[in-house]
Each structure stands twice: as structure tokens, then as C-alpha cells.
Design a binder for this molecule. Sequence first.
Ligand SMILES: Nc1ncnc2c1ncn2[C@@H]1O[C@H](COP(=O)(O)OP(=O)(O)OP(=O)(O)O)[C@@H](O)[C@H]1O
Ligand SMILES: O=P(O)(O)OC[C@H]1O[C@H](OP(=O)(O)OP(=O)(O)O)[C@H](O)[C@@H]1O
Length: 310
Amino acid sequence: MDLVNHLEGRLLFAVPKSKSPPKGRLQQATLDLLSGSDVQFRRETRLDIALVKNLPIALIFLPAADIPTFVGEGRVDLGITGRDQVAEHDATLPAGEVSGVEEILDLGFGGCKLQVQVPEKGDMTEAKQLVGRNVVTSFTALTEQFFRQLEGVEAGQKLSTKIKYVGGSVEAACALGVADGIVDLVESGETMKAAGLKAIDTVVSSTAVLVKARESNSDILTLLTSRIRGVITAQKFVLCQYNIPRTQLPVASKITPGKRAPTITALEEENWVAVSSMVEKKRIATVMDELTKVGATDILVMNIANSRTD
Ligand SMILES: Nc1ncnc2c1ncn2[C@@H]1O[C@H](COP(=O)(O)OP(=O)(O)OP(=O)(O)O)[C@@H](O)[C@H]1O
Ligand SMILES: O=P(O)(O)OC[C@H]1O[C@H](OP(=O)(O)OP(=O)(O)O)[C@H](O)[C@@H]1O
């Protein structure tokens, strides 16, 4: 089937494609998110377009770095990429131009930081010590913006720091004598450590984001965004249920205020109530400790498969 001629009337949704199978850091989590949103498709080998079977949507598999360009120019309506990539795209725009890429949702996965790194054994401790020296990066626009601010130099005026682009293996630049410092992504920090580098500043903190073309708006875009938000919320929260004496309800409600308010049900046993409330997963252990202290019993925690809370 000639897929390109079947795109008419469909929402175009750009999702990150993996260049090399072992990586594609955003790809698996994105595919899980689509599956949780009941976006059904089959991607033919070697094809970068897949028509969604049950919704008027076409998925376009693109490198994460290119997605902000396609979304920004309104060529695709929605996209998933790293906030670092959106920031790099926006940094290339002429001063005062509003970006065509609008962030609508933080997806929570793909966390990393774009950091200024220098040799661990050297004497540099602050990014301003790199001013006037050689800096190598794959993120030239953000790096230029960062050093412009450090140097106090306006756009259009010459920067004294020399910024060079490399497409990968950025961390090798210092060892090879090409750079005095680099600006590169750090996730676990292992690459940086293995290359004998240390981070001295952060340019951008990033997670994967759902973005839309500023001018795109449609019912299907609203529906898909709401489904994706539901899956992300479900992943971030758990449902906490417990029993508590009614007298302790005000204090317990402060511990588990829920997204809007906790659900309270009367129990057969007089003066006792059952409370059910959404709690952020990362806080649940502390919340359980606090509930126990104020007299809650039968505390149960359940995963949420999906949600639609706002
Ligand atoms: N350790 C990391 N290194 C690079 N990117 C990371 C890392 N952790 C999270 N990310 C995010 O993933 C994005 C890159 O994703 P992408 O799938 O294009 O590249 P990749 O993981 O290097 O895979 P591939 O080389 O297959 O393209 C980055 O822009 C960033 O937002
Ligand atoms: O902090 P870490 O968990 O070690 O991850 C960070 C490293 O991963 C990325 O490189 P990648 O593996 O994509 O290889 P590349 O240098 O060829 O881009 C990034 O550019 C860092 O080098």
C-alpha cells in the first residue's frame, strides 16, 4: 500500500525512531504509551509511516532530534521527543520569533541533563573558565546561547568561545585535544566518568515531552492527548485505601489529599471510615508511615491501570 497517499484526514503523530537497535532511548517507553492509549498499528519493516487501525492517526517514525523541526513547521501535528531537542530547536530561532512547538505534557521518562563537562584532573570548576576556549557539542545552538549569556554578548555579536559540532562520541573530544570542555547529555554519568570528565554546570534538564504544532487543534488531537495524559497519570500514581477512626479523618486527609479530594465511605463499624485516595508513587512509603502513625489500619496500595482525572 502506498501509505503516503493515505495520510489525508489523519492526525500526523511523530514518534522517536531508533537509529541503532540497542539504543533508541525514548522508543520503548513511547511504544508502551501508545499501547496504553489503545493506538493500534503495525509497522512494516523499513517503513517510517504506520497507519493507526482504530483511529484517524498516522504515526511517523523520525529521529528524536528532527521531531521539533517537523512539529515547529506544522508538518506534523503531535510529537514525542526530549525537552533537550525542543530547547535546541528553539535556540536556533531568530530572537523574538515564537516557537511553533508547544509542550503539552511532561511524560516523565527519558530523564537526562545536558551538562558542561571538563577534565576531572584539570583546574576548571566553573563554566566561565571555558570562555574563549574550545567547546565541542552536538547541541551547538543551546551551547552558543549558554556562552552568550556567560560572556554577556548579544545575538549577532561575535562570541569569543569557539563552539564546534560533532555528531557523536562527544566525550572523546577532550582526550583527543580537540576541546577544552564539552556540552553533552548525562544520564547515569558512566560515560562522563569513563572519559575522565566531570560536570561543572547544567544547560538543560530534560525528560520526554509530548509536543504539538502551535496551530494544530482538532478533536482527535484532544482525544489522544487526554488518553496519553491518562496513562501517564496512572503510571505516576497509586491508589491508597485505608480505614481510620472518623476523629482522625481531618489529619489523614491532609496526608492523602488526593488529586481533587479523597473518597470517603462509611464503614459498618461505628465511627470508622474507609478512605481511598490517589498518591504519587514516589511518596507512597512515607505516606504509609504517616498514616500508620495517625491510626490508619488495613492500608492497601493498588496500581492504577489507566485513568481520566481531568
Ligand atoms: N543517556 C542518554 N543519552 C542520550 N539521550 C538520552 C539519554 N537519556 C535520555 N536521553 C534522551 O533521548 C533522546 C535521544 O533519543 P534517540 O532515540 O534519538 O537517541 P538514542 O537514544 O541515542 O538512540 P539512537 O542512537 O538509536 O537514535 C535525547 O535527546 C534525550 O532527550
Ligand atoms: O550518562 P550516561 O548514562 O553514560 O549516558 C550519556 C551518554 O549517552 C549518550 O551517548 P550515546 O550512547 O548515544 O553515544 P554517542 O556518543 O554515539 O551519541 C550521550 O551523548 C552520552 O555520551
